[in-house]
Design a protein around this ligand. Sequence first.
Ligand SMILES: O=C(CO)[C@@H](O)[C@H](O)COP(=O)(O)O
Ligand SMILES: [Co+2]
Length: 218
Amino acid sequence: MNHLIAPSLLAANFADLKTDLDMLNRSEADWLHLDIMDGMFVPNISFGLPVLQSLKGKVNKPFDVHLMIVQPDRYIADFKAAGADWLNVHYEACPHLHRTLQTIRQQGMKAGVTLNPHTPVSLLEEIITEADLVLLMSVNPGFGGQSFIENTYHKVEQLKELILKKNSQALIQVDGGVDNHTAPGLLKAGADVLVAGSYVFRSTDPIETIAQLKQLKC
Ligand SMILES: O=C(CO)[C@@H](O)[C@H](O)COP(=O)(O)O
Ligand SMILES: [Co+2]
């Protein structure tokens, strides 16, 4: 499958959001990545359900929601109602991950599980067939614009191996510090979906930047 690009709205200009939304609609972006932070699971607060609700219908891309919150189970139905298509929960926030992923699927969304940089891929051995996507964090979650953690290439390779071994259909997504330097190696290692925040929204020509990320060959 061709890889997908998911620009992260966290890096958009919220004082002139319409310009960025128009840009996204005209671009080759595949998904819109939405970072939900609660100030508990991560040391930052971003935006929440009302923002998603108001964006639905304004952006013609599937909503890829990255929940950086404690007790995500409490909000699964709310995020479905707010327009989430893909719902990613953190492994580190889910003591009953199997149930959480099942609930997300039962609600009619695709279920993703996210790993912090310190969490080994091997911990997914018994759950990988229940996930539609695994998101590997290539920075510590909570902020955009951080430096890429090099060990992520190796984690992508390990995850690809696990997915093949278990005959899982899960997509591999990488989030944090993705740009023209890091993206080629990630694709070569087996990544399917690249999230890019600052690299897209801080560029002088975001549409062209997205197009270039799409054109990369692995
Ligand atoms: O989840 C997160 C941060 O916690 C990300 O989705 C960031 O929004 C990515 O930003 P860049 O590293 O691409 O600037
Ligand atoms: Co994210």
